[in-house]
Design a protein around this ligand. Structure first.
Ligand code: FES
Length: 106
């Protein structure tokens, strides 16, 4: 859910829409917005499972301080998605524990 016409800030500026893949599922996002914001707008609140208890965690501070939003982005774990901008075609996955680095084959 997005606010398209804010009562104080006015209408949302138009930007290019791009597609990212969340756990293999295509999600449309606004180019350059934080990944976490795009996912929340699409109804996705869980970014990773905690290391010890395996409990679901999701974005909290939205300013890059708490690390509750870390996910695997383009195969790289522990990316703070609240301060990482969306790019066309990027792969975003729910992280389990500390996450695993995925190496390119070849
Ligand atoms: S939500 Fe706190 S670091 Fe991203």
């Amino acid at each position: 859910m997005r606010i398209h016409d804010h009562p104080i800030l006015g209408p949302l500026p138009s930007v290019r829409e791009v597609k990212l893949l969340f756990n293999g599922r295509p999600i449309m996002a606004r180019e350059g917005e934080p990944i976490a914001a795009a996912l929340v707008a699409a109804g996705v609140w869980e970014s990773h499972c905690s290391r010890k208890a395996g409990e679901p965690r999701g974005p909290f501070c939205m300013i890059g301080r708490c690390t509750d939003c870390v996910m695997v982005v383009n195969g790289i774990p522990n990316v703070r998605t609240c301060i990482t901008p969306v790019e066309e075609g990027m792969g975003v996955e729910t992280q389990v524990g500390r996450g695993e680095m995925k190496h390119a084959e070849g």
